[in-house]
Design a protein around this ligand. Sequence first.
Ligand SMILES: [Mg+2]
Length: 375
Amino acid sequence: MEIVAIEAIALSHSLEEGQGFGSARGTTDARFTTLVRLETTDGTVGWGEAFAPPRTVATLIDELFEDRVIGTDPFDTGTMIDDSYTDGYHFGRGAFTRCAVAGIDTACWDLMGRATGRPIHQLLGGRGIESVVPYASTGYVTEWDQDIAEPMDEAADEDFTAAKIKIGRGIEDDVERVATAREILGDDAHLMVDYNGNYRAKRAIRSIRALAEYDLTWAEEPVPAEHPDEYRAVSERVDVPLAGGEAHFSRFEFAELIDVADIVQPNLGRCGGLSEAQLIAEMATTENVATVPHVWNSGVGVAAALQFLASVPRYPHSTNHPMPPLFEFDRSENPLRHEILVEPFDPTDGSLAVPQEPGLGIEVDRDAVEQYRID
Ligand SMILES: [Mg+2]
């Protein structure tokens, strides 16, 4: 089995004027990503996602990886990853290089699954997890100053039993948003908050302490990704578990994060792919740190994260552990998530099934992909 073609497909969808949204750090006016399509000698196609500015990473894949990937066996993806660190060692740890590797590696796993007739989670270790608990990733900071009660009502109406909201614009606002979210979701729901690294340690500590009565499942990126010492400072002074990882790239950055966080969140389109994420999860479990992927991706990245989460080592925690396998499901506008799959994922009944079909278990709608293509 040999790869005979590689295509990096840059995709973007512009939001309407005034409909930008995001986090305490700022808003976005477009949704974008890069898909990677590999084809083998027998015509089998595998898909992956490099979750990065699309034209940039597509060019990088063409320039650095096309020659390297053509002619290789997808079962040798480990060699491609090693070479990406060693041959190009000046750039190997770089964010965009890891995104490119992520797309190619995930497409290789999709091909391996299709070749063996197995879903990827079985190839990664198979832990018998047939469904996960989707959490609504919502409550964004919006250009139209949306009331936090609106997305919370929507999440409750859609039967979500867990949700994550954006905070980090001042402690009074943090408390107001979290109080509203908790009231609407009820006491039993898992509620998480995301600062997107907008505070320094001292303010993050004050904020998390002010939110003590709302029983948070985790506090995400309370301080910037670049400052593990600040993570440690916050962690030592609050009781709420700290999560982070969507802005961390490669095993090396995660090794630092595992040392200071309670939950690590590799994005399958950024961290280096399924192979790197598996390595990260194994490192994390040796330190009793949980791994819960960050998912703000296209339908392809959602599928990869779902396969990955179903494979994450549970040890030392049993299925009776208080935190179920929580799966981030973005509730904001993104046609790249729901339009490019023939059968999009539907997270709205409180449970999300892990595909059992070979590979990623999805079928990509090529016509829909072409609609959002920008290269
Ligand atoms: Mg986040």
